[in-house]
Design a protein around this ligand. Structure first.
Ligand code: TMP
Length: 246
């Protein structure tokens, strides 16, 4: 297996074709490289954070394996050709971001005037419509179905998956002494079979984690103004915790 040509470079991840040993493009799979690129605020604020791609790929791979073991269908196939990449099933992406919240933070506090840290049980699920021109507005599941962004059956499955994803990820981070506050995931339908899959990533870029003192161990420190080494150290902190656990 070899890396083929670049298909798409997103804000943080780059996608490549996968070649077989004879150099032919393999159907239905792609390689997803987590890069050190970081951005926030609709892409207005950008930087490069050393080691971020490695950290995100490590965390995401460990978690996706645990999600799959608990019955969540995911796009993960195998490790990739670099330490920051993985081979995944090709998907037709559903244009929704699905947010799970165990504690109030971020836009939820701003939107509803709620104090940070208020607990939710079961996990509170929100959807946003991925649309740059509209700045990813909040959308409810009825509107998403009526606008044909997603099938009704897939909405039902996503609610079931969100409970499992939340439980698995909360337990995983609790083992490290961290609290999972909230997270964002994305789903797609397998290009070949049409089956719903958890895609994209679950990493410090896409969740909030607080340590025992309430310090952020995630991208929030970049959103709040830190840059360079300070951000890199936060991504490395989680890698060190994982290495110490092994
Ligand atoms: P929010 O409080 O800003 O809505 O974010 C909720 C969670 O979703 C938080 O863990 C960060 C994550 N998130 C992303 O990963 N990408 C995004 O574009 C947004 C808006 C949030």
């Amino acid at each position: 297996m070899e890396r083929g040509k670049e298909i798409y470079a997103g804000k943080a991840n780059t996608l490549y074709e996968v070649l077989d040993d004879s150099g032919n493009v393999l159907p239905h799979v792609i390689e997803m490289e987590c890069t050190d690129r970081i951005s926030a605020g609709d892409g207005d604020k950008k930087d490069v954070v050393e080691g971020k791609g490695y950290a995100n790929n490590l965390v995401s791979t460990l978690l996706f394996k645990r999600f799959a073991a608990e019955g969540v269908h995911t796009h993960f196939v195998s490790e990739g050709t670099t330490s920051s990449s993985k081979i995944v099933r090709k998907a037709d992406m559903i244009p929704l971001e699905v947010i799970g919240r165990d504690f109030a933070a971020g836009s939820f506090c701003r939107r509803y005037g709620v104090e940070q840290g208020r607990a939710f049980d079961p996990v509170l699920v929100e959807f946003t419509y991925k649309n740059d021109e509209l700045h990813d507005p909040l959308i409810n599941d009825d509107a998403a179905v009526q606008l044909e962004l997603i099938d009704e059956d897939d909405v039902d499955t996503i609610y079931v998956y969100m409970d499992v994803i939340n439980k698995v990820a909360s337990d995983f981070f609790a083992e490290l002494g961290l609290t999972l506050v909230d997270f964002k995931v994305e789903f797609g339908c397998d290009e070949e079979t049409g089956e719903l899959m958890l895609c994209d990533e679950f990493s410090q870029d896409t969740c909030r984690l607080w340590d025992a003192d309430g310090n952020s161990v995630d991208k929030d420190i970049f959103r709040k103004g830190e840059s360079g080494k300070a951000v890199s150290d936060v991504y490395q902190k989680l890698v060190s915790m994982l290495e110490a656990m092994e």
